[in-house]
Each structure stands twice: as C-alpha cells, then as structure tokens.
Write a protein that binds this ligand. Sequence first.
Ligand SMILES: *[C@@H]1O[C@H](CO)[C@@H](O)[C@H](O)[C@H]1NC(C)=O
Ligand SMILES: *[C@@H]1O[C@H](CO)[C@@H](O)[C@H](O)[C@H]1NC(C)=O
Ligand SMILES: *[C@@H]1O[C@H](CO)[C@@H](O)[C@H](O)[C@H]1NC(C)=O
Ligand SMILES: *[C@@H]1O[C@H](CO)[C@@H](O)[C@H](O)[C@H]1NC(C)=O
Ligand SMILES: *[C@@H]1O[C@H](CO)[C@@H](O)[C@H](O)[C@H]1NC(C)=O
Ligand SMILES: *[C@@H]1O[C@H](CO)[C@@H](O)[C@H](O)[C@H]1NC(C)=O
Ligand SMILES: *[C@@H]1O[C@H](CO)[C@@H](O)[C@H](O)[C@H]1NC(C)=O
Ligand SMILES: *[C@@H]1O[C@H](CO)[C@@H](O)[C@H](O)[C@H]1NC(C)=O
Ligand SMILES: *[C@@H]1O[C@H](CO)[C@@H](O)[C@H](O)[C@H]1NC(C)=O
Length: 419
Amino acid sequence: MHLLHHILGVLLLLSLRTPASSAATDTVSPGHALADSDRLVSNNSKFALGFFKPSSESSSYTSNNSYLGIWFNKVPKLTPLWTANGDNPVMDPTSPELTISSDGNLAILDKTTRSIIWSTRANITANDSIAVLLNSGNLILQSSSNSSNIFWQSFDHPTDTLFAGAKIGWDKVTGLNRRLVSRKNVIDQAPGIYSLELDLNGDGHLLWNSTVAYWSSGDWNIKGRYFSLAPEMIGAAMPNFTFVNNSQAQEVYFTYTLHDETAIVHTGIDVFGRGLVGVWLDSIQNWLINYRQPLHHCDVYAICGAFTICSDTEDPLTPSCDCMKGFSIRSPKDWEIKDRTGGCMRNTPLGCGSSKEEKTGLTDKFYSVQSIRLPHNAQDVQSATSGDECSQVCLSNCSCTAYSYGKAVALFGMMSCIM
Ligand SMILES: *[C@@H]1O[C@H](CO)[C@@H](O)[C@H](O)[C@H]1NC(C)=O
Ligand SMILES: *[C@@H]1O[C@H](CO)[C@@H](O)[C@H](O)[C@H]1NC(C)=O
Ligand SMILES: *[C@@H]1O[C@H](CO)[C@@H](O)[C@H](O)[C@H]1NC(C)=O
Ligand SMILES: *[C@@H]1O[C@H](CO)[C@@H](O)[C@H](O)[C@H]1NC(C)=O
Ligand SMILES: *[C@@H]1O[C@H](CO)[C@@H](O)[C@H](O)[C@H]1NC(C)=O
Ligand SMILES: *[C@@H]1O[C@H](CO)[C@@H](O)[C@H](O)[C@H]1NC(C)=O
Ligand SMILES: *[C@@H]1O[C@H](CO)[C@@H](O)[C@H](O)[C@H]1NC(C)=O
Ligand SMILES: *[C@@H]1O[C@H](CO)[C@@H](O)[C@H](O)[C@H]1NC(C)=O
Ligand SMILES: *[C@@H]1O[C@H](CO)[C@@H](O)[C@H](O)[C@H]1NC(C)=O
C-alpha cells in the first residue's frame, strides 16, 4: 500500500490565455451574452467561467482551439476544472459567444455563422431561462422567475474535477453516472482514455478505456470515513469525504466538503490517469499535492503506450517512457507535450504478412524484455508446451507481436503460453 506522500508539484502544465476580464457578473441571460473575452465570476469571486486557449509551459505550442471552461478565479496558474466543449472546440478564427439560445438552452454560438457549437440540450419548461455560476462552481441553467426550477447543471456533467459539494456516482433512477474523465493531454481538452468512477457496489476505480481497472478504492469504511484501500483520505490536509448510499433517493455517490470554504482545493484525475487532491498555497504560488494515486506513473495502465518501457522516476509531472530497441516515437508532437500514450512504432516492418508468400514470420526474431506485465487482452495458448513452441505459435500468426512463457509476463497484442 502506498503511504501518504507530500509531493510538491504543478497540477497541470497548462497556462491559459485569458484576456482581461470585462464582465463582472455571474449570470448569462437573453440579451446578455458572454463574448469571447468576457468572464462570469461567481458572487464569492472563487470561480470564473469564460473561453480559454490552452498552451504548454514546456514548449512553444499554443492551441488555436478555444474552450468554454470554469477555473479558480484567483489562481494565477490557471487550472481548468470543467470544460463544456472538450471534444468540439471553437477553432480560429471563429469568434465564440455564450448565449441563451431561442429554445432556452445555454449555447456556444459561432458569432459569424450563428451556428451552434455546443448546447446544454435540456428540456426547458419555461421561457425565461438564465445561466448562473454559483459560489460552488456549479453552472446552472434555471428559470429566472423560479430558481428551484433547474433545467441543467454542470455538476451533472463533470470533466476531470470533482468540485466540493458535487457528486461522483450513480442516480439509479435516471441511470445518470457522474464520472471523471481525464483530458487527452495538456493541450487537447477532449476526453482522454482514463476515468475515475464508482461501480454500483460503491467501490471507486481508476479505469483505462472504461474497462481495465488499474486502481481500486475498496469498500467504504463507514466509521473511519475512508475507502479501505485508501486510508490516506483522512488527514488534516484533506477535505471531508463522504460516501452516500441513499436508498430512498436511489443514489450511490461520493462527495466532499471543505473544512474552510475559502480554501482552494483541487480533486480530480490528471492527464496521466492519476487521482489527486491538491491545495493552492499563496505562500509558494503553487499547488501542493497532498494525495496521489497511483503514486507511480508506471502503475497507470498503458501510460507509455505500445512498444515502450516505463521507468519510475521522481519526476511527478512526466512519465518516463522509452521506446524498445528497434522502435521510435510514433508522435513526437504529442511527446513534446508529455503525452506518451501513442507509444512507439517499428523501424523495420516484420517479415510476417509483408507479402503473399510470407504468411508466417519465420524469418522474424524475438527480443527479450524483462519485468513486464501481460496486457488485459492477452490470449492463452494451452497447446504450447515449451517456450520454443510458444514462440512458433506466435511466429505463425501475423497479429501476434510478442509472447510470454512460464512466469515471465509481457505486451500489446501478445500471447501467453501459460502451462
Ligand atoms: C453576493 O455577495 C454579496 C456580499 O459579497 C451579498 O450581499 C449578496 O447578497 C450576494 N448575492 C447573491 C445573489 O447571493
Ligand atoms: C495555429 O494557427 C497558425 C496560423 O494558422 C499555425 O501556424 C499554427 O501551426 C497553428 N497551431 C497549431 C497548434 O495548430
Ligand atoms: C425531454 O422530454 C422528452 C419528452 O417529454 C423526453 O422524451 C426526453 O427523455 C426528455 N429528455 C431529457 C434529457 O430529460
Ligand atoms: C413567458 O410565458 C408567460 C406565460 O407562460 C407569458 O406570460 C410571458 O409573456 C412569456 N414571456 C415571454 C418573454 O415570451
Ligand atoms: C418552482 O419550480 C419547482 C421545480 O420545478 C416547482 O416544484 C415549483 O412549484 C415552482 N414554483 C412556482 C411558484 O412555480
Ligand atoms: C445501499 O443500501 C442498500 C439498502 O440499504 C443496500 O442493499 C446496498 O447494499 C447498499 N449499497 C452499497 C453500495 O453500500
Ligand atoms: C477502447 O474500447 C473500445 C470498445 O469498448 C474499442 O473499440 C477501442 O479500440 C478501445 N481503445 C483502445 C485504445 O484500445
Ligand atoms: C464531514 O461530513 C459529514 C457529512 O456531511 C458530517 O457528518 C461530519 O460531521 C463532517 N466531519 C467534519 C470533521 O467536518
Ligand atoms: C492470431 O492472434 C490473434 C491475436 O493474438 C488471435 O486473436 C487469433 O485468434 C490468432 N489466430 C489464429 C489462427 O490463431
């Protein structure tokens, strides 16, 4: 079990290009749209909403894409907490506008063509809807004459951050599953391949591609108020986590409250598939990460992509990935912005399948690699009774790229001949 480690680090290597604020309101209403450079600010000044363009601190790369997002208003190292249109960015030179559309939904409009780029797509049962950024950071679409009549809220559609007071988990009546999904990388705000979710038994999991769990929380310990495999969740520096199994409301969820409402706490999943709790400290002008799981990048499934070797280093910000012998980085551009998930590709094509004659890879050779785990989709070949046989089975099938025999285990698209 990993102990609580205090790691000083930057949450996301992301700086945001946000123009100076001109609007100091928390509301979008018909006739009062939010233009590309305006911001909404919650009444307590804690959260801001507006359009931003991600850029990477570590390279000169700046995105031409704008996203509508919510971030901490007073944190100079701006950190996006919620993004509306992650997989549908506004592309230069389009000028976006956030407005109440004619059907009463909140929508991002292309100002030139008036086409809708994103919409809350809720059932609106009043003709007076307005959008308000609440003090909790929740963006809600409500009736202006009846604030209990809420049509849509951002807390039901989280990105990679769990806001204090928001829920992660299930509404069993509507089937709504609120889950956190990593961003693709520090530039591309589209949903990535990692997620943090609760199953219907109430256990939390970090998942790769919604299927492979590489970390699990265990059961909720009611008395101790922590998940059995994550006792680090309690501690003076941690928020007050609560697990709720509400049989009347048919909900199973996990939430937290802050001991101090003004504290700036970020809880979520980072681009590298790791769960974290960080606190912004004005004294050091940086995030102090109080909790991180898994502790090591290499414990995140496929963090380095195919045909790579992951090594655990002290650098909390970048997974250390190297190509295997004979392979090179598939996408140097992604590599530069610390996204390693594309992995590496073969320098010289295999003989196997390269021509009609070459239906097997008998001219290909294997290279042995130590200390690796089987992928989730490895095939068991029961018929092979020796390492040599196992290698022959693999060579005679052009979709097999590696094998593991006996106790040694290994890679993508591989076979295991387990006896
Ligand atoms: C906004 O905050 C001020 C104090 O800062 C308070 O007087 C006012 O009632 C608040 N408005 C709303 C709508 O909560
Ligand atoms: C952004 O647009 C400029 C001008 O069209 C282009 O030179 C640059 O490569 C683009 N940047 C990205 C990250 O695509
Ligand atoms: C909106 O209302 C229609 C008709 O009542 C219903 O079929 C649909 O499921 C509703 N959509 C949502 C998102 O609630
Ligand atoms: C909204 O609907 C109410 C009644 O449902 C009506 O009295 C009012 O005029 C409508 N307002 C607008 C702006 O259409
Ligand atoms: C306000 O909206 C809520 C939720 O839709 C509803 O239950 C309530 O009756 C409404 N109140 C009024 C005065 O219309
Ligand atoms: C939630 O409560 C119900 C009823 O008390 C119980 O049957 C169920 O096992 C509980 N689920 C979890 C995840 O604790
Ligand atoms: C993720 O799972 C889907 C099916 O659920 C599959 O089509 C897709 O190829 C998987 N992605 C990767 C990167 O393996
Ligand atoms: C934590 O939250 C729970 C549920 O809201 C509450 O009962 C408990 O008193 C809180 N504990 C602390 C230390 O604030
Ligand atoms: C070849 O290998 C692939 C993946 O390892 C497997 O799905 C397929 O069944 C194998 N084909 C034969 C003929 O064994």
